[in-house]
Structures are given as structure tokens and as C-alpha cells.
Design a protein around this ligand. Structure first.
Ligand code: NAD
Length: 372
């Protein structure tokens, strides 16, 4: 088996490390930074505090970023970068803010619209501004991935763009920034972590270093996610979920995600199911589909986590979602036959073909029919 490993992001993990922004920027020779942040942090004072603590090196801010960021928000952020002659970007927020900032930092130097690269196959140019990524959910792992997932609401298209230019220069993971996540966001983003671990592991592109990361991250989710959900102030659980999110990011960025992420795109686009919840919805179904693939390596994974087998692990995922009020079905949407047909068709996103078992229309129909 041949495999390659690369992880270019410098990682700083720990409480209070958000204060290191200025030092990191200066170490890169940067002088004019933009804080691109989730709008929530402009309402609770955190964004203002970060700007004040930066001692003048953050000279502007951009906060028009929605969940599942739109290509037009990326273009607006890039325009501000050009206009303010910015030379580095701090991306503060969940996957939405980090992805918007990563993409804007790359297209800003070209003058192009990100639309030119979204779902077109055109390569993102190599030259880009450095990004310091600061996650506030646990989470997408976007702080260590070469992926930016963007939505073109006008054309009803949600899809990842993959480019080495999207690797942040630094990731600062400061668990204190996640304490304000409401339980529903903790639950959805936490199930996303488990999706990254499992999908990275069973992806056709799996490899040993990412496998080890996947196992570690999944174990942490089973141990700490419910604790963080139940008690948002449980500092140990918050820190361990940040660790899980980061390490699950490392687990999937090279192998890439598979079936659950492929199906999440239409579920989010058409029915506005938050990203993590949409991925988690199908995770236990696909765990059972993939259970005996490649000599039983998914069974090994479940056993190493202390489950009897994959079925017991899938039951635990189902139960965890139920306990946290996440979806296990689509009953409330009262989907018509035509809507099921459309879901099946749009689930054929390229990520579906990374799944180790071929996912046919019959499998997708069985799954979606079973949920309505
Ligand atoms: P998000 O960034 O969309 O945020 C979800 C909600 O949580 C928002 O309303 C936000 O305001 C709020 N929020 C975030 N942090 C908070 C905090 N600490 N306190 C209070 N509220 C907070 O959620 P996400 O799940 O982190 O990101 C989802 C996006 O990331 C999707 O577009 C998804 O496709 C993408 N994604 C990217 C990658 C990648 O590698 N680039 C991987 C997985 C997912």
C-alpha cells in the first residue's frame, strides 16, 4: 500500500491562546490583518476584545458570514481584503466563517470571483494571504483542512472546493471560545466530528496516520460529546471535543469524506438541516452498509472503541443523536415521491464515490424511504 502524508498547518492548542495572534502575525512578517468572524462574536464583545488585544495589527473586520457561507459573501470579504490592503486574515468562527475567510484569502490576490472555482474544476491559484484559523465550534476541523465548503444559493449548489492554498498558516484552538455554543449547536457540530472520523477511516483514500487520528477522535466523541451537550460549562468535555474536532479534521482532510457528507449537501440545501446534523442523520445507516468492507476493518474500528461490533456502534450513534434531540428521520418533512427521487439524484455528489461500498440508487432509496 502506497500512501502520502502532509500536514502543513502549525497548531497552537490551549485555553487563552487567542492572545497569540499578534505574535504569530509578526512572525510571518504581516502588518495589516482582517478579522473575518461569525456575526455572533460581534454581539458578545469577543470580536472587539480580540481587535483590542491585537495592539493595532488587526485593522479591519468582516462579519457578514452566514451558516453555509454564500459565494457572494466570499467575494465581499475578498473585496474588503483588497480595499484595505490586508496582508493576513484571522478566521474566527465555525466552519462557515473559516471557509469563507480561507476562500476569500485566496481569491483576494487574483481579483477573480470565487464562482470561477466553485464546482468548475478550475484550480485555486497557489498564491494566497496567510490565514490564522480560530475555530469556535467543535466542529468541522476546517482549521487544519485544505477544504472550503461554499454554497451558491442562487444556483442551489453546495459543494467543497479543495486546494492546498486553503491550508491555514496557523490554527489556534482555544477551547474557551466554544463555551458559548448552545446545546443544539454543540450536538450538531459534535456529530459532524464523528462523521469526519468514521468517513475518513472508511474512505477509499484511507491511510494509516489518518486511521489513527480517526480512532482517537471517535473515542473522544463517544466519551465527551454528551457531557458537553448536557453541561456547556464542562471545561474538560469542551476541551476534549476541541481535541476531537481538530484530530478528526486531520483524519479526513487527505482521505476525504464519503457517503454521509454527500447526502448532507441536498439535505442542507433543500431542507435547511444544519450541516453536522445532516451528516449525522445518515451516519449509522452507512456504518451498517460499510461494516464488512475491506476484510472487516470497520468492525475492527468498532471493537477498538469497545463495541461488540459495528451494529452496536451504529446503535450507540443512533441513541446519542436521539438523546441530544438530533434528527434520526425526515418524518416531519412529509416528503413526496418526487422529493425522494430528487434527494437520491442530488446525493450523487463526488464524495459518494469515496465510499468503500458502491452506493446505488436502490441503497439511497431504501435509506430515504426508511426515514420518511
Ligand atoms: P457554523 O460555522 O455554520 O455555525 C453554526 C452556528 O453556530 C452559527 O449560527 C454560529 O453563529 C453559531 N456559533 C458558532 N460558534 C459559536 C460559539 N462559540 N458560541 C455561540 N454560537 C456559535 O457551524 P459549523 O458546523 O462549524 O460549520 C458548518 C460549515 O462548515 C458548513 O458549511 C460545512 O459544510 C462546513 N464544513 C467545512 C469543512 C472543512 O474542512 N472546510 C468540514 C466540515 C464542514
Amino acid at each position: 500500500m502506497n500512501w502520502d502524508y502532509l500536514q502543513p498547518v502549525k497548531i497552537r492548542f490551549g485555553k487563552g491562546r487567542i492572545l497569540e495572534i499578534k505574535e504569530l502575525a509578526e512572525s510571518m512578517g504581516c502588518k495589516r490583518g482582517l478579522l473575518a468572524a461569525d456575526p455572533f462574536f460581534f454581539t458578545n464583545g469577543v470580536a472587539d476584545q480580540i481587535i483590542a488585544d491585537s495592539d493595532g495589527i488587526l485593522v479591519g473586520s468582516f462579519g457578514k458570514i452566514s451558516p453555509n457561507p454564500d459565494v457572494e459573501e466570499v467575494d465581499a470579504c475578498a473585496e474588503m481584503i483588497r480595499h484595505e490592503k490586508i496582508d493576513f486574515v484571522v478566521a474566527l468562527g465555525g466552519g462557515s466563517s473559516m471557509d469563507c475567510a480561507k476562500a476569500a484569502s485566496a481569491v483576494a490576490v487574483t481579483g477573480d470571483s470565487i464562482r470561477e472555482y466553485h464546482g468548475t474544476g478550475k484550480n485555486i491559484p497557489e498564491q494566497h494571504l496567510p490565514v490564522i484559523a480560530v475555530p469556535t465550534t467543535a466542529g468541522t476541523g476546517s482549521e487544519v483542512t485544505c477544504v472550503a465548503v461554499l454554497t451558491d444559493h442562487k444556483n442551489q449548489k453546495k459543494s467543497p472546493i479543495v486546494s492546498d492554498s486553503f491550508y491555514p498558516a496557523y490554527a489556534i484552538i482555544d477551547p474557551e471560545l466554544t463555551y458559548t455554543m448552545p446545546p443544539k449547536v454543540t450536538a450538531g457540530t459534535g456529530i459532524d466530528v464523528l462523521s469526519h472520523a468514521l468517513e475518513g477511516y472508511w474512505s477509499k483514500g484511507h491511510q494509516p496516520i489518518c486511521d489513527a487520528c480517526a480512532l482517537h477522535a471517535a473515542g473522544l466523541v463517544f466519551e465527551y460529546l454528551y457531557r458537553a451537550y448536557e453541561n456547556p460549562k464542562d471545561e474538560e468535555a469542551r476541551e476534549k471535543m476541541c481535541e476531537a474536532s481538530l484530530i478528526a479534521g486531520l483524519a479526513f482532510t487527505l482521505p476525504k469524506t464519503t457517503s454521509s457528507h454527500a447526502c448532507s449537501f441536498p439535505l442542507t440545501n433543500l431542507y435547511h438541516i444544519p450541516h453536522g446534523e445532516a451528516c449525522g442523520l445518515t451516519l449509522d445507516y452507512f456504518a451498517r452498509i460499510n461494516k464488512d468492507t475491506e476484510g472487516g476493518r470497520v468492525q475492527d474500528f468498532a471493537k477498538k472503541l469497545g463495541f461488540k461490533d459495528v451494529d452496536e456502534m451504529a446503535d450507540a450513534i443512533h441513541e446519542l443523536k436521539a438523546k441530544m434531540g438530533l434528527r434520526n428521520d425526515l418524518k416531519d418533512l412529509k416528503l413526496t415521491d418526487e422529493q425522494i427521487d430528487a434527494l437520491i439524484q442530488i446525493s450523487h455528489h463526488p464524495n459518494l464515490y469515496n465510499n468503500p461500498v458502491e452506493i446505488t440508487d436502490d441503497i439511497l432509496r431504501d435509506m430515504y424511504e426508511g426515514m420518511r
